[in-house]
Design a protein around this ligand. Structure first.
Ligand code: SF4
Ligand code: SF4
Length: 334
């Protein structure tokens, strides 16, 4: 979300809506990344089937279903995630120009396992985010068939945001993140570089999960990158957010302003895009980190932004309930 989006986003909250929408557009993905939260059995909660067992949409039904969601929730920003969204590139080819014409900022998060159509580069509101989890040897092991070779071929002619999720394996070398930032800074296709930290689920015992000392080391390495590599987007506010994540979902401004929906286009994902039971105190989501620091910020040194958000949310709920006659109240509770 850009600075210029803050006022419209607040306006949406005051009207009882969440300003951000995230949709898992398909349940399919040809990758098998270790630590993928989307295919965890509890991703959609105890009362829902796992993602792979859901009925999802394709063809015109998917295009119309997505447009119906957007008209209903009226987000200022839409994240299209998966599964792998490019599995549905034909549907996206119809949908994205329509969203562009509606002026909705769309972030498409992909592994770039298949070519990104060249003409999408002309869509002004489209932001391609390509997941690249480390340098070629580690990334290719984790994310084949979306290997470096394929990614570079498939994003040619586009300007993408490269998004790296830092896992414990990457911290074996003290210069690893520096090398990553250097490699992608030199690539003309990369317009920005984002880093998140791996966010575990409750009870998870994986090679990816960062121990407290790993997290400290990751933040140390990351703090050195922004001044050296202009493409790395990591403000002091974001670093502060990563160092002090929310303790639980209710404290997470990002989770509270984002409506997350899975591939049946109706089941909500709780408490945030990770689903299941994420460990908030080890959250490494860069979007959450940015908003966590903002939530703690005190306007005029006195009133925390989170308190203003809570008051706005209450006002918005009352207004919306009055307007809707309580029809959709349960669906959009912030
Ligand atoms: S690309 Fe994404 S959805 Fe597919 S396996 Fe990897 S993390 Fe999971
Ligand atoms: S985004 Fe992070 S802090 Fe927010 S609810 Fe999800 S895991 Fe917790």
């Amino acid at each position: 979300m850009k600075h210029r989006d803050v006022l419209p986003a607040w306006g949406r909250v005051l009207r009882g809506y969440r300003p951000l929408l995230s949709v898992e557009i398909t349940k399919e993905c040809p990758l098998h990344c270790p630590g993928c939260y989307a295919y965890e059995p509890m991703h959609l909660g105890a009362n829902s089937r796992p993602l792979r067992e859901l009925s999802d949409y394709r063809g015109d039904d998917l295009v119309h279903g997505m447009l119906a969601l957007v008209r209903r929730f009226r987000p200022i920003h839409l994240s299209i995630v998966g599964g792998e969204p490019l599995v549905r590139w034909r549907e996206l080819d119809v949908l994205l120009p329509k969203l562009d014409a509606m002026g909705i900022e769309v972030q498409l998060v992909t592994s770039a396992v298949r070519p990104v159509p060249a003409h999408w580069a002309a869509l002004k509101c489209l932001h391609l985010v390509v997941s690249v989890d480390g340098l070629p040897p580690e990334h290719d092991r984790r994310r084949a068939p979306a290997t470096y070779d394929r990614i570079l071929k498939h994003i040619a002619g586009h300007q993408v945001i490269v998004h790296c999720t830092v896992t414990r394996q990457q911290l074996a070398r003290p210069t690893y993140l520096h090398e990553f930032a250097q490699l992608w800074s030199q690539r003309p296709e990369a317009r920005k570089i984002w880093f998140s930290l791996y966010t575990p689920q409750e009870g998870e015992c994986s090679a990816e999960r960062l121990r407290p000392e790993d997290r400290k080391e990751a933040l140390r390495q990351l703090a050195e990158l922004a001044p050296l590599f202009p493409k790395v987007q990591l403000s002091r506010r974001m670093l502060d957010g990563l160092a002090h994540p929310p303790r639980f979902p209710e404290e997470c401004l990002f989770a509270r302003v984002t409506h997350c929906v899975t591939a049946d286009l109706k089941t909500e994902i709780h408490p945030c895009q990770f689903g299941g039971r994420p460990v908030c105190s080890e959250c490494g989501c860069i979007a959450s980190a940015g908003l966590a620091a903002l939530a703690r910020y005190r306007i005029a040194g006195l009133i925390p932004v989170m308190a203003i958000f809570d008051a706005s949310r209450r006002l918005g709920e009352q207004l919306r309930q009055r307007l809707d006659g309580h029809q959709n109240g349960g669906l959009q509770t912030l």
